[in-house]
Design a protein around this ligand. Sequence first.
Ligand code: NAD
Ligand code: UPG
Length: 483
Amino acid sequence: MDSQTSKSYMAPLKNKLEEGTFIVGSIGAGYVGAITSIILAARQPNLKIIVCDVMQEQINKWNEGRFPFYEPDLEKYYDIAVNVNKNITFTVDVGNCIDQSDALFICVNTPPKVDSDAVLGKEADMTYFDAAIRNISNYGNPEKHKILIEKSTVPVGTYKRINSLLGEKIQNPEACFTIVNMPEFLAEGLAVQRLLNPDRIVIGTTEDLNGQEAFEVIKGLYTNTETLFLKLRTPSSELAKLFINGMLAQRVTSMNSMTYLCEKFGGSIQEVQRMTGSDPRIGPLWLQASPGFGGSCFEKDILSLIYIFESEGQQAQALYWKALLNMNDAQKHRILDMIISEFPEPESTTLTLFGFAFKKNTSDTRLTAIAYIANGLIHKGYHVKIHDPKVTERSFHFEMEVQGFNIVEKTNYEFCGSDYRKAVSGSSAIIIGTEWDEYNELNYNELITLMDGDKKNLYDFRSYVDVQQIQQAGFSKVFKLGN
Ligand SMILES: NC(=O)c1ccc[n+]([C@@H]2O[C@H](COP(=O)([O-])OP(=O)(O)OC[C@H]3O[C@@H](n4cnc5c(N)ncnc54)[C@H](O)[C@@H]3O)[C@@H](O)[C@H]2O)c1
Ligand SMILES: O=c1ccn([C@@H]2O[C@H](COP(=O)(O)OP(=O)(O)O[C@H]3O[C@H](CO)[C@@H](O)[C@H](O)[C@H]3O)[C@@H](O)[C@H]2O)c(=O)[nH]1
């Protein structure tokens, strides 16, 4: 590692921790920045937390308790932090947040670059990240040494990038800032529970004395959290974050690839899952079949990993990870084709999509697999109705546009929000794309009376409903993915 030194800058920060005057700043009040800060503030009354963002609307929402997204149990911890501990503030004054803080979590978005010239992968767009670092470089002061924490998911070598950006303005960046990587593993919908009980907290630092002591200072921010603290070299933790998402996506995709064979040969994907997951070398988690993985992280991070291999001239490895994304697309195509093949008269057929969020217990729609299905059905000419208990119409339209699905001129679809009656009336099929618990608890005897058509089908592309119970309502067919 570069910049190895036997000097430590941590003494004043250790004192502040001991005195209870330590201030943590978060740059970015999105999913990661806001949720991690709220939980930290609720857990550690000894810390003061400042959360800043460039978006006034986002900050207004947090200040007024109008959450910008749905995340189970977040309200309870927001209330503890804001009203009981009173140790968190939300602000658009990014400069003041940087100036005040002793440790800064950088939690800004790092999406795939739109105009990336790579063939297989996509470079992470570091525009927002770099802007945050340039802002931080205005506050370099050796008398007020700060720890900069890469919490955003970033390409390997970002710690060097930060150092050289800081160097544009400051002569001796290492005297003013210690840079560490601290990847975030929260999964949306489970974020609060995962942050209260993390499997591990990983800190990537230099291997010198300052790195070791920075690790101890960061550990000191989590005195009320029992977990394993892992200290790695910075490039290892930067790389492992991307790799872990690739591995998780690979597990899901491997299961999804087996759904066709189970259907064809009379197997059951749940049984394959049970047998596979009971092998201790594999384990049971992240093996649930689905219409394809979505979310803001898996695809983005795999594209970033592919880009890194590609730019290193490692074509075979790039192609290996690219195949995973192709497989995920193949699952979406297969599902769309399956629906279309069963309803040959689109113009006179209404179909209902149950769920648009990329998974249950979140209002987040980023890269949801259902957008592809919705677009395919709308463009084929079906009348498509979309239901989701938490997604807003605005998010639906925004996500369709972001994924490049142009439905602006189309009139053959309706976003129904959480209105079941509107969503199923006149419909020939209910298509479950998101595994919301309530879809498995509905009174299908009632819903079916609102439906119409020669046949009334139900498709469960999350493979989780009780087929026998739903079948009793009188559906012509209840299809469960991988069965
Ligand atoms: N969402 C997740 O579940 C998750 C989990 C782990 C890691 N991550 C990673 O964390 C990072 C953030 O993800 P997210 O989902 O929270 O994104 P997000 O889009 O929800 O939030 C990012 C926020 O940063 C703000 N921002 C951008 N530039 C800024 C600047 N210069 N100064 C201040 N604020 C700025 C934006 O306005 C936005 O509100 C990404 O790198 C992502 O890959 C996300
Ligand atoms: O068994 C499974 C598990 C997940 N999925 C799908 O995979 C996608 C991603 O799910 P999940 O991993 O639960 O959600 P994210 O919030 O995207 O979290 C992932 O990405 C985050 C951002 O990097 C990491 O912090 C988390 O550890 C990592 O799980 C979603 O569409 C899920 O429906 C399945 O189809 N089957």
